[in-house]
Write a protein that binds this ligand. Structure first.
Ligand SMILES: Cc1ncc(COP(=O)(O)O)c(C=O)c1O
Length: 481
């Protein structure tokens, strides 16, 4: 890599070259053993004479920062203590730039920092089931694609073949109506929501979200200056009568409410669409994990039932494939299409081409549908095991919420406060079991158990350990009482 040395406005050129290279060594920008540029090359790059650079290098050699090997060049010394010195300037400038106050209220995510042997965290598919061989093949194909050869920016909405493949796939699997022109490929759900919010919301506009609900969208809307209002959820999904009349946008997870896992009833779906029409609001339907179904009849998506063009349907490949791919999409009503494309353009122009072409081929040749069928069998088995075990072994402390979709189940812990649940989750983690608690604000609250990431063979032992945590906690409470 070219070494940056700035001599603009300097007089002692050799001294300056020496000082800047020394600093780069101390900061570890130049690492031990790394070769310094040949004197002739650096002299040309800096428009100085070769002897100016040679003098600087001699100082570095004399002070032990560099060593030279005749015929092969000058190298950063190996034996240097190059720990970054505590820099006064850096510390004193931490607060030099003021950011908007809202960011004080939004933490960095930590939920995925620590893995556990018994991993019941939600939101994760089983990475060991990912079809690596098939994926490698389609990525290799994508590297040879027309788009890669052309090397120019692509359409903001994404690769045409992928949009056509997505429109076909969701048309069949979810009865979502839309042509490839209505599809915009995004970097996951989160970017789709960002784009929708950017094109619709003025600062101070009200966004209604489910309470309890999925946190990242709530944080996103808040960060964009919206007023976010939580709306309760019951066994039929979002309580439509509780929606604030001024909501401009309603964000919902109707197929598998996050975190509770309930499906929004048909009457609620109709009521929500009627409400949106009356209040001139937009409904964002996050259909994140409904490809996995283990019983019952699927309800039609809001987007399918809607007749007024107010629903944006958002899908993701984070659960069906991997969250690290950062691939998702949205199906936008005609009236939003152009603006949403402009927003995608100013955000990041378009999603990475290789991944898009690879996925297009993967879907087109049927590998995606086969993969979903295969992993659904595994997830179905895990769903059944977990459901049965919670009903059987935790009936005194957990009320399972019926659910037959997705990659997690949830249960209310009606007799425990959220502090108790947090304490149980923390003790469980010490025993190698990761669970995510959920909170409603006031009681009741409970836990979610994801079965995407945990190996089937580990479920029973993971639940035994979790049971121990509940027992310990309950006996401690009895003693205190
Ligand atoms: C409700 C919900 N929506 C969407 C997602 C996926 O988000 P993304 O597509 O940005 O990875 C998740 C992941 O856990 C989720 O829980």
């Amino acid at each position: 890599m070219a070494l940056h040395v700035s001599l603009v406005g300097r007089t002692d050129l050799s001294g300056e070259i020496y000082r800047q290279i020394r600093q780069a060594i101390l900061d570890r920008r130049l690492r031990p053993g790394e070769r310094l540029p040949p004197t002739r090359e650096l002299a040309t790059a800096l428009s100085v004479s070769r002897s100016t650079v040679t003098v600087a290098y001699e100082s570095l050699l004399a002070e032990g920062f560099a060593t030279s090997h005749t015929g092969s060049g000058t190298f950063v010394s190996h034996h240097l203590e190059t720990k970054r010195p505590a820099s006064k300037t850096r510390r004193s400038t931490v607060r030099a730039i003021q950011v908007r106050g809202v960011w004080e209220t939004i933490p960095l995510p930590t939920g995925f920092n620590r893995a556990a042997r018994f991993d019941f965290r939600t939101g994760l598919p089983d990475a060991s089931l990912f079809p690596h061989r098939a994926w490698r093949r389609v990525v290799a194909g994508a590297l040879r694609s027309r788009e890669m050869a052309a090397g120019v920016y692509e359409n903001t909405a994404g690769n045409w073949d992928l949009r056509a493949a997505i429109a076909r796939h969701i048309g069949i699997s979810r009865s979502v109506s839309g042509s490839p022109d209505d599809v915009i490929v995004t970097n996951g759900t989160q970017q789709a929501l960002d784009i929708i919010a950017r094109v619709l919301l003025e600062p101070g506009d009200v966004v209604a979200v489910e309470q309890p609900g999925y946190l990242p969208p709530k944080q996103l809307f808040k960060a964009l200056g919206a007023r976010v209002i939580g709306v309760p959820v019951d066994s039929e999904g979002l309580v439509v009568e509780a929606l604030p009349a001024e909501a401009r946008l309603v964000y919902v997870t109707p197929s598998h409410q996050y975190p509770l896992g309930v499906a929004m009833s048909l009457s609620r779906r109709r009521a929500l669409l009627a409400w949106a029409e009356r209040h001139n609001a937009v409904v964002v339907e996050d259909d994140y994990d409904s490809e996995f179904r283990f019983g019952g009849r699927p309800l039609e998506p809001l987007q399918t039932i809607d007749t007024t063009g107010r629903v944006v349907y958002v899908g993701t490949f984070s659960k069906t494939l991997l969250p690290t791919l950062r691939l998702g999409f949205m199906v936008v009503p005609r009236s939003l299409r152009e603006t949403a494309n402009k927003a995608k353009h100013v955000t990041d122009w378009h999603t990475a081409t290789i991944a898009q072409s690879a996925l297009a081929q993967f879907i087109d040749e049927g590998a995606f549908a086969r993969h979903i069928r295969r992993v659904s069998r595994t997830y179905g088995e895990r769903h059944e095991m977990l459901t049965a075990a919670i009903k059987r072994n935790f009936c005194d402390c957990l009320d399972l919420i019926p659910s037959s979709t997705g990659l997690h189940i949830a249960a209310y812990a009606r007799r425990a406060s959220i502090d108790h649940i947090d304490a149980i989750a923390s003790r469980a983690f010490d025993l190698g079991v990761a669970i995510h608690p959920f909170r409603v604000g006031e009681e009741p609250q409970g836990i979610m158990l994801g079965y995407g990431a945990i190996e089937t063979a580990r479920i029973a032992e993971g639940l035994r350990r979790l049971r121990r945590c509940f027992d310990e906690h309950m006996s401690r409470r009895l003693k205190v009482a």
